[in-house]
Design a protein around this ligand. Structure first.
Ligand code: GLP
Length: 236
């Protein structure tokens, strides 16, 4: 594992975007595993800048997102589909037909999950998986549990996650109680993992996940078993 500590969020974002840009440039048909949350916003800004400057082409890029709230339409402002369109896809030359986010409104959610995993398998996994980390150690929406779940699946959000994500909604009551998330097999089959965390509040959980016991109680700890992980932590 490569652990990079930087001073500022701006540095984290520049470095993270450079790593993803290298992957895009090195593949004919790059498959990006993408994440939402506040942490990746700066990386997306930098990727948009590179694209606008003519330095990075997204025309062959396929993206597969980690998760989505259950019950939110893609045009709901707090849905992760909306987030991705708004922060990245609307501003680069990616073909939206090649961008995948789980459908939180699928009539048959089990079939949606199976199809999501099948597609990822067909791509041979992603070339790089970008991850944030929740305060409870979640990745995607894989919450602390007594076992790791391999497949894409529906989860009940942890009260602490609902609390943390309430800042994006009008009130805590508006935060969906369930979500659909890529499972650990989908994440771990990525060829490269880039996990980012910013701010002192994330330091303890990041250290526990990266250097503590590997346990489903700290979902991100499974990343210790992956052969190519880069962690970028910024203090501010
Ligand atoms: C959300 C997302 C995660 C994300 C996490 C941390 O719940 N499902 O993928 O990593 O929260 O978010 P933030 O970066 O805003 O702290």
């Amino acid at each position: 594992m490569k652990f990079i500590e930087v001073e500022t969020y701006a540095e984290l974002s520049r470095l993270g975007a450079d790593i993803i840009a290298e992957v895009i440039k090195s593949k004919d048909n790059p498959v990006l595993g993408l994440a939402t949350g506040s942490s990746p916003v700066g990386i997306y800004e930098n990727l948009v800048k590179k694209n606008k400057a003519g330095l990075l082409d997204f025309s062959k890029v396929v993206s597969v997102n980690l998760d989505e709230y259950l019950g939110l339409d893609g045009d709901h402002e707090q849905s992760y589909r909306y987030f991705m369109n708004d922060n990245l896809f609307n501003h680069v030359n990616i073909d939206k037909a090649n961008t995948y986010v789980p459908n939180g409104k699928a009539e048959d959610i089990v079939a949606e999950c199976e199809a999501y995993d099948k597609r990822l398998q067909d791509f041979g996994g992603s070339d790089i998986q970008l991850l944030g980390i929740g305060l409870d150690g979640h990745i995607g929406f894989n919450e602390p549990d007594d076992c790791f779940t391999a497949q894409t699946h529906v989860v009940e959000l942890d009260p602490s996650t609902i609390e943390a994500n309430a800042r994006f909604f009008e009130s805590k009551d508006m935060v969906p109680r369930k979500a659909v998330t890529m499972g650990m097999a989908g994440i771990m089959q990525s060829k490269k993992i880039l996990i980012i965390a910013n701010g002192a509040a994330k330091r303890d959980i990041l250290m526990t996940a990266m250097y503590g016991k590997i346990t489903p109680e700290v979902p991100a700890s499974i990343l210790q078993l992956h052969p190519d992980v880069t962690v970028i932590y910024s203090k501010n």
